[in-house]
Design a protein around this ligand. Structure first.
Ligand code: J9T
Length: 275
């Protein structure tokens, strides 16, 4: 997969050469190109922004440098054999980023990221390239950042670990929280490793029992407890057919019951099922 990032802070993307993503680059699974947007300015101050039409606070990134940068990067990619790129625009007004979205992007041959600073990029840039390329405007959560560079790192890491040969162990994806499948949309429970006792704290006995059935059940219970506590919306969305008898008993003990549509809802009164 080829990845281009066009930014006014190329040094911000240095982590792309570290850790898992860096290893994917070193192994040739990922071909990363980081470009300084100011290379495509022509004035002494290398200006990339200007005041917003219609007034308002802050500055807007100008069309000119983005247009020239994108034309050159796209032409370069095509020359080196990459196929149709997708344009990825991190913005708080984008579609919420999910594991599904990461999987979709990981199947693409080429992604071009255009992280914005200031109040954003002149809308005509995205409108123009959307006539030629699939565009993904993506939000990584309900908060505002100073720029889209950190979201680029987040999205690239989520995508890169899904590329064949990057994680090393194909099994590692299977239990991911948010992985597709029957465990879909349950958060993962706690994990432990040696030593068996640390500062008087022990590892749950069941994990040392060697009883695979009991271990799987315990993990499932912990995943349900954690999901009910931190992400009740995920429990509500679960297909109730995905819950077995033990799941239903635990959910009832945690104050959940099947609602009118069959999906689980939290009891109005009480946290423990005692309505
Ligand atoms: C400037 O970009 C942002 O603030 C941003 C981008 C993507 N997702 C967000 N939640 C924020």
């Amino acid at each position: 997969m080829r990845i281009d990032v066009i930014t006014i802070f190329p040094e911000y993307l240095a982590p792309l050469h570290v850790s898992l993503v860096g290893k994917a680059v070193a192994r040739g699974v990922l071909d990363v190109h980081v470009h300084d947007l100011r290379r495509w300015t022509h004035d002494r101050h290398a200006t990339v922004d200007d005041t917003p039409y219609g007034g308002g606070p802050g500055m807007v990134m100008k069309t000119g440098p983005w247009g020239e940068a994108l034309d050159e990067v796209i032409a370069d990619g095509y020359e080196t054999g990459a196929r149709l790129p997708r344009l990825v625009v991190p913005t708080p007004s984008g579609r919420p980023f999910t594991q599904e979205h990461a999987a979709e992007l990981s199947a693409q041959p080429w992604l071009i990221f255009i992280p914005a600073r200031y109040e954003g990029i002149d809308r005509r840039v995205v409108d123009e390239y959307a006539t030629r390329l699939p565009v993904h405007e993506i939000s990584i959560g309900d908060y505002v950042l100073a720029g889209g560079e950190a979201p680029v790192l987040v999205i690239v890491e989520a995508v890169a670990r899904l590329l064949p040969g990057v994680l090393g162990n194909a099994e590692s994806h299977r239990d991911d929280s948010f992985a597709p499948g029957p465990m879909a949309s349950l958060l993962e429970g706690p994990v432990y490793t040696k030593p068996p006792e640390w500062r008087g704290r022990t590892v749950p006995d069941v994990l040392l029992s060697g009883h695979h059935g009991k271990i799987a059940r315990w993990r499932r219970d912990e995943a349900l407890r954690r999901t009910a506590a931190h992400r009740p919306d995920l429990i509500e969305r679960c297909d109730p057919a995905a819950f077995d008898r033990k799941d239903r008993e635990l959910l009832a003990a945690l104050g959940w019951r099947p609602g009118p549509g069959g999906h689980y809802v939290k009891n109005e009164k009480g946290e423990d099922g005692a309505a």
